[in-house]
Design a protein around this ligand. Structure first.
Ligand SMILES: [Zn+2]
Length: 201
């Protein structure tokens, strides 16, 4: 891991690591907290299992390893790392990097922020997953801009809900906006949503 890539092997994983994996040709990254024993706690978009748009033929089977059922209504999940990665490369988010390092890295891969200890991070992620007395609503409703998987992982590491990829997407949308014709009815939110295409899972 370093200035070029944050890719790590599974042997390098430590409980409390903020990990992520790119999806959809690098247009989107999914983030979570590794909590040990091959398990990851991560925040996902909710999906109503009774949604008529999900045909029975498109329903995915539950994971044979951790039992995670992709069709259930979701939010904060604890799944095996295979369910988290979905065959994509394992990457570790870096904290406490120098401003120079941060400047040269792709956004959404590192932060200059200090972070909690790995033990504190596992504890916080687990409390949210278990909906303890402080986190009775888990991590709330998923929102691609304001409350996504990266916000969740960032919160577990620093207490701050940061999502660099949402900020980046909003920046791209803002630039596109400037070139829009006045008659364009495309909303900023719709553009950002399209950038995330089929978001988390
Ligand atoms: Zn699984």
């Amino acid at each position: 891991m370093g200035i070029i890539s944050n890719r790590i092997s599974r042997e390098e994983l430590r409980p409390g690591d903020h990990i992520y994996a790119y999806r959809h040709w690098h247009t989107y990254s999914h983030h979570g907290i590794y909590v040990g024993d091959g398990l990851v706690i991560h925040f996902n978009a909710t999906k109503d299992p009774n949604d008529p748009k999900i045909s029975s033929s498109s329903r995915e089977s539950p994971c044979g390893k951790c039992g995670h059922d992709p069709n259930t209504k979701r939010g904060v999940l604890r799944t095996c790392i295979d369910c988290f990665l979905k065959d994509h490369h394992l990457l570790r988010f870096e904290y406490g990097v120098s401003p120079l390092h941060f400047k040269f890295k792709q956004k959404g891969t590192c932060s200059t922020e200090c972070c909690y200890s790995n033990e504190e991070t596992v504890d916080l992620a687990t409390k949210i997953f278990n909906k303890d007395e402080v986190h009775g609503k888990g991590f709330g409703d998923y929102d691609v801009l304001d409350n996504n998987c990266e916000n969740f992982a960032s919160y577990c590491k620093t207490g701050k809900r940061v999502s660099e990829q949402a900020l980046k997407a909003m920046g791209i949308a803002a630039i596109s906006f400037k070139t829009d014709t006045p008659s364009s009815s495309t909303s900023k939110t719709a553009m950002v949503l399209s950038l995330f295409s089929s978001k988390s899972s």
